[in-house]
Design a protein around this ligand. Sequence first.
Ligand SMILES: *Cc1c(COP(=O)(O)O)cnc(C)c1O
Length: 490
Amino acid sequence: MEYYKGNPEGGLSPITSKWMHQLFEDQEILKALVEKYGSPINIHHLPTFAQTIASFQDVFQSYGIKHQIFYARKANKCKSLVKQAFASGIGVDTASYNELKQSIALGGNGGNVVLTAAIKTKDQIELAVRNGVAIILDNVDECMLTDSIAKELGVIAKVGIRISGFQVDGKKLYSRFGFDVEKAGDFIQTQIGAENTYSNLLVTGLHFHLDGYSTFQRASGLSASIALAKNMKDQGYPIRFIDIGGGILMNYLESEKQWQEFDLNLRTAVKNNHSNLTFNGNGLGYQLIDGELMGELKTYPYYNKVSGEKFLREILDYSDSETRKSNAQRLIEEELELRIEPGRSLLNQTGITVAKVAHRKKDSKGQWLIGLEMNMSQMMSSSTDFLLDPFVMYAKQTEPQEMIDAFFTGAYCLERDILLKRMIKLPKLPEIGDLVAFVNTAGYMMHFFETEAHLFELSTNLSFSDTPNWPTVLDFLPDEFIEKASVKFI
Ligand SMILES: *Cc1c(COP(=O)(O)O)cnc(C)c1O
């Protein structure tokens, strides 16, 4: 048995972890898991998730900042990760009734769960209020609904106010979410609190979540939020936290050079109408219009120099020109708790997706198409393509033959069910039943867009932990059994 990265001599080489390679080397176990649970399977390594959580906690501890991390569970639906989040001492950010209900059932409570749903229904709010879960309010109608539910229940609801519209570089950042930062303070003071219309709401924090991945925008937003929080505290409002949401960048790739080369090659191919780099010459966002290269790469920015903990440090180290103090300093001075809600970046290196080869064929252009037992919705995010080279596991050890150029195709009856739009070079043609692994898929790739067209079953989600010996098939626990888990949460 042997395995190769697709594009062995270059391509886009993903950062991988030891646990992944141990699995690729032990194909018996992967084969047995696919046999037992069908193809594809998603595998999660819980100790890796725990380690990433700890590395974010270390950042805050090194600054001495009061903090709370909420894992944004919309990025992955597994219960095992929610359980691990609680076991690691962090909270969970929920965005629907079911996410909230399930998180509470898995050990969540008013202290470690937050509700940030974009559309808030009565049942969500009621469940949150009954459990003392803080609700992040986005608009006046939500204030009204939450206040009326709190009045009905005879309690005071803890809420945070979502704000947006920060001034950055002389421009206002538009968002469809939240109250305008210039009006939020006034609104809270005149409408919320014991003497006001919304008398059963208690504002304990401010919240924002920005689109995109700019540390500067986040740092500016945090700076403005600290100023607003200070102002409100001076007037006697018990503002305790500022939540800066998620969107912490993640780095997927080993080499900046490969990333730059890929971008250059893609642009050159689109410009010259060469279609051999991607399926049918897909420009992944680049287009040739009247002989000119237009558009931009519409994928996630897979390579990032500043990611994870470094990204967070940049936000904390930023000082604005007025106070000349860093955000970190000001948070400490104002005794404010900083909250973050990372989804993707907390799941870094935590999961892989493994699928079985169903067929190989040559299309009319002479290209190899390798059909996998999985479909496009099982590895899909809002970006145009998943740009990491896959790993192919060959059951039979044979001499590498001539390199082949291949595309991986999926099970939906759509021309566009091409699992990776990039052409992948392989040292030899896989056999039927060989396995293909896509790495680092836990954040958004597995579940966010997964559908059941053709009545295909949803993929099985497995989690495992480190065991004294290398795990056996039984150590990989399907997510539906996680409540009675024998999996160790560390
Ligand atoms: C999506 C979202 C997150 C998580 O974003 P990531 O990019 O996965 O870190 C956190 N908070 C809110 C309010 C969100 O909408």
